[in-house]
Every structure is written in structure tokens, then in C-alpha cells.
Write a protein that binds this ligand. Structure first.
Ligand code: IPE
Ligand code: IPE
Ligand code: MG
Ligand code: MG
Ligand code: MG
Length: 330
């Protein structure tokens, strides 16, 4: 890969995949590391590392320098998925059995823990040691916020009233801050100015909120063949997604009560519950409201991208990827 190029999304994905392939977890005991290799080998979109590399590439061309940090962020993301699938009792991940289903819950917990530590190991491999403390600071802030977001997400399952503003804060914490922190790291490793690093972080934060809104939409409306996770899982778990909260705002009192009842009792017949909730969602056309607010966040993200002090053509790929993500099906 030559140094003086703007790298395509595909080439960044390939360069990252090559790095993963070269850094398999081969230590003993296998029972600890097999699940790590399993989850990392199931792919996924590799969105966070690719965004981190794209952020680096806005400011500098030698993207390989950001690979250890990109891997750290992807390891952290996959760790969070292992634990999230335990918390959400999710059977499927990336179209395959979730780690806790395949290897057991205790392994899911411990393999997740060791991944978190390895995320730090890789951050530490960043070549410019003078910025490692800053990377750690950013990473710790993100990791704490993700835990906070995950706890709010679980609190809301049983909380009678959840404000939309509280939901938006929750998804910012559980999802958006990791994209933001990752892109901020990419910018710092490339030596970007502080103001630009801040703008790229805000870009990613808003993309991240839109990304989680799309995740919530797909959880109900996704195609099971493409989604890779169990469609309707959020409804079964009584998750207070935007779809639920906005419907409560739009519906008449009778419908509102019906939805509240459905979303506050343990699920017995999953299919019946998913169908009943979906029917209520459709009555108020809530999906179009979710699409609208997603677009609002995309616009804010683009304003921050516009404000970054690099030539416009360097930002084109980020615009393209953001648009693609808004319409994603998996
Ligand atoms: C899933 O993230 C968890 C969320 C924050 C919605 P992704 O949709 O990026 O998952 P993979 O890595 O592509 O499988
Ligand atoms: C995931 O939120 C957030 C984290 C993993 C930190 P979700 O629970 O919606 O993610 P999926 O849908 O299981 O991927
Ligand atoms: Mg989940
Ligand atoms: Mg969850
Ligand atoms: Mg989800």
C-alpha cells in the first residue's frame, strides 16, 4: 500500500482483515481463546476499525500506524457483544450461535473479560508512545460510558416511563461513544489538530446515534436472512426502543395501554407478542418517525464533517459510508 493515497473503504477493510488474520489468539488454554477467535472470525461489518482508519486517513496516509488501535477498538466491540448477548439472552450473532450458546455463559463472561484486557495490549502497541496515555484516557472514558449505557438499557426494560431524551442518551452511551472515541483516536494518531479531532468525534457520535436507531429498526423490521440476529429480540426482551417510546407518544389511550401491557410482562408466546407489538407500531406508522430522526442525526454529523479543516475530497468516502449505513440491512 503506497503512502500517498486516499484509501478506499474496501482496501481499509482488507488491510484490517489481514491484520486480524495475522493476530490470532493462539495461547493456552484453548477453552478461553477459542471463543475469542470464533467471534472475531464471524466477521461483522468491521465498522469501528474502518472508521478509525478513515479518520486517520483524513489527516495522513500511512494508515498502518493506526492498525493496533483499530484492532483494540474491534476487540472491545466484540467483547461488548459477548456480554451483551448474555444480558439480552440473544441466541444468534452474525448469523451463528452466540458465544454463550455455543460455549456456555461462564466462558462467555471470561473470554469477554480477557478480550477487554487485550484491547489495552493492542492500544499499547501504537508506535508513537507519547500519545498512548491520551489513547488510554479516551478509551477508559468510552469503556465506562458503554457500561453506563448498558445498565440504562437494562433498567429501562422494567422502568414504567422512559423519556425519549433518556433513550437517546442511553444509545449515545452504549453505542455512539465507541464510534466517537475510535475516530478521535484515529485523528490523534495521525497528529490532527485538536479542533479537527473534536469535529470528527462529534461526527461519529451523531452517526453512532443514527446507527443504533437503525439497529432498533432492523431488530423489528429486518430480514431474518440478512440481519444475522434474532428479529423481534428487542420486543421479547421488553426493550424500550425508539419504536416503543414514539408509539406511546403517538397512540391513543387504549392502544397506549395495550402496548404498555405487552411491554411490561414476561414473554410467553414470542411470536404472538412480536406480531401484536408490530401491529401497533404499524398503526401509528412509527417506522417513518424513526427514519426521520435518523436523518436528523445524519445531518448534524455532516455539519461536523464539513467543519473539518481538510480538503473536501478527502471527506467523500466518509459521506458515502454514512449514507450506506443509514440504509443497511445487517
Ligand atoms: C452491533 O454492532 C451492536 C450495536 C451497537 C448495534 P454492529 O452492527 O456494528 O455489529 P457487527 O460488528 O457488524 O456484527
Ligand atoms: C448493543 O446494543 C450495545 C453494545 C453491545 C454495547 P444492542 O443490544 O441493541 O446490540 P445488538 O442488537 O445485540 O447487536
Ligand atoms: Mg443485544
Ligand atoms: Mg443490548
Ligand atoms: Mg440491537
Amino acid at each position: 500500500m503506497s503512502n500517498r493515497t486516499l484509501h478506499s473503504i474496501d482496501s481499509l477493510q482488507n488491510v484490517f482483515q489481514k491484520y486480524i488474520n495475522e493476530h490470532k489468539f493462539t495461547h493456552e488454554p484453548q477453552a478461553l481463546y477459542d471463543p475469542v477467535n470464533y467471534i472475531l472470525s464471524l466477521g461483522g461489518k468491521r465498522l469501528r476499525p474502518v472508521l478509525l482508519l478513515m479518520s486517520y486517513n483524513l489527516f495522513d496516509d500511512e494508515v498502518e500506524r493506526a492498525l493496533p488501535a483499530a484492532f483494540a477498538v474491534e476487540i472491545f466491540h466484540n467483547f461488548s457483544l459477548l456480554h451483551d448477548d448474555i444480558m439480552d439472552e440473544a441466541p444468534l450473532r452474525r448469523g451463528k450461535p452466540a458465544v454463550h450458546i455455543k460455549y456456555g455463559t461462564n466462558t462467555g463472561i471470561l473470554s469477554g473479560d480477557v478480550m477487554l484486557i487485550y484491547a489495552y495490549e493492542y492500544l499499547l502497541k501504537t508506535d508513537d508512545k507519547t500519545i498512548v496515555p491520551l489513547l488510554f484516557e479516551l478509551f477508559n472514558k468510552v469503556a465506562i460510558e458503554v457500561c453506563e449505557g448498558q445498565q440504562y438499557d437494562m433498567n429501562f426494560e422494567t422502568q414504567a416511563v422512559v423519556e425519549i431524551s433518556a433513550y437517546l442518551k442511553m444509545i449515545e452511551l452504549k453505542t455512539a461513544v465507541l464510534l466517537a472515541g475510535g475516530m478521535q483516536m484515529g485523528a490523534h494518531i495521525a497528529g490532527a489538530e485538536e479542533a479537527d479531532a473534536k469535529h470528527i468525534s462529534e461526527f461519529a457520535r451523531n452517526i453512532g446515534i443514527a446507527f443504533q436507531l437503525q439497529d432498533d429498526i432492523l431488530d423489528t423490521y429486518g430480514d431474518p436472512e440478512k440481519f444475522g440476529k434474532k428479529v423481534g429480540g428487542d420486543i421479547v426482551q421488553n426493550k424500550k426502543t425508539y419504536l416503543v417510546l414514539k408509539t406511546l407518544e403517538l397512540a391513543d389511550d387504549t392502544t397506549k395501554e395495550a402496548l404498555n401491557n405487552l411491554m411490561s410482562t414476561p414473554t410467553t408466546d414470542e411470536t404472538a407478542k412480536i406480531n401484536a407489538v408490530k401491529k401497533i407500531f404499524n398503526e401509528v406508522n412509527v417506522r417513518s418517525h424513526a427514519e426521520k430522526i435518523k436523518e436528523d442525526y445524519l445531518k448534524i454529523a455532516f455539519d461536523h464533517l464539513d467543519a473539518i479543516n481538510v480538503p473536501n475530497e478527502r471527506k467523500q468516502l466518509l459521506r458515502q459510508l454514512s449514507e450506506q449505513l443509514m440504509g443497511r440491512e445487517s
